[in-house]
Design a protein around this ligand. Structure first.
Ligand code: KIV
Ligand code: NA
Length: 262
């Protein structure tokens, strides 16, 4: 799957599935799945490194995760997040950051918002770098947004998101993530665009969906917002396995003779 195939999928009314991934082992599993695309999200800062927000992500961090994913992802589309401020200090430094991520194995980059960095989106696209937008809840702006809450409620806020989505399409973005906006607004944005929308907490009217891998695998029992479905109770399964190992070690049943060298 390539960025260009996203447009075909929308034209042919095929829904797109994406998940985040940050490491080689999971990338190998995703490569075996029918998932369409992988996002090396800056949520790595939280999920992999334990930071309280994505603001801690850096180009170097995204580079290491992108390289690891690329080694295992086979022919899956890999989109890498441009981290906090890396596209807000002019297009030359933004191109430097994108250069690092593309050299690390990304086939596209994603950045949040559009107002004030239209030139960056345009330069990236003109340089042959497919750009994914990200509107609605923008986690890198969490301090300005005042928390992780639904965006685009009310006419003015909804019109702003619609305007930004149209702007991104006109600047050449190949797709847009819509995060935590009312489902009717996401459907309206989706209908207004030629490029596919990928929703997270944005209802079923988007052209595709994305979830954080560890969320859909149920790895974090403390984090279960409305928009996350657990397709596995991963945390319980893993803790049970660890306790099974612990008991086997302590009872002396592990390792068995056939697990030992003669
Ligand atoms: O970093 C991330 O995980 C994301 C998705 C939530 C879209 O940007
Ligand atoms: Na992100």
């Amino acid at each position: 799957m390539q960025a260009g195939h996203f447009l075909n999928a929308k034209q042919e009314q095929r829904r797109l599935s994406m998940v985040t991934c940050y490491d080689y082992t999971f990338a190998r599993l995703l490569a075996r799945s029918s998932i369409d695309g992988i996002l090396v999200g800056d949520s790595a800062a939280m999920v992999m490194h334990g930071h309280p927000s994505t603001i801690a992500a850096r180009v170097e961090m995204m580079k290491l995760h992108t390289e690891a994913v690329a080694r295992g992802a086979g022919d899956k589309l890999i989109v890498a997040d441009m981290p906090f401020l890396s596209y807000r200090m002019g297009w030359t430094s933004a191109l430097d950051a994108a250069h690092v991520l593309m050299s690390a194995g990304a086939q596209a980059v994603k950045l949040e918002g559009v107002d004030g960095h239209e030139d960056v989106v345009q330069r990236l696209v003109e340089s042959g770098i497919p750009v994914m937008g990200h509107l609605g809840l923008q986690p890198q702006s969490i301090h300005a947004f005042g928390g992780y809450k639904v965006q685009g409620r009310g006419d003015e806020a909804a019109q702003k998101i619609l305007r930004q989505a149209v702007a991104l399409e006109q600047l050449g973005a190949f797709s847009i993530v819509l995060e935590c906006i009312p489902a009717p607004l996401a459907s309206e944005v989706t209908a207004a665009l030629r490029i596919p929308t990928i929703g997270i907490g944005a209802g079923a009217g988007c052209d595709g969906q994305i979830l954080v891998l560890q969320d859909l695998l149920g790895m974090n029992t403390d984090f279960h917002p409305r928009f996350v479905r657990h397709f596995l109770e991963g945390a319980n399964a893993i803790v049970d396995a660890l306790d099974g190992y612990d008991q086997a070690v302590k009872s002396g049943s592990f390792p068995a003779v056939e697990e030992s060298y003669t």
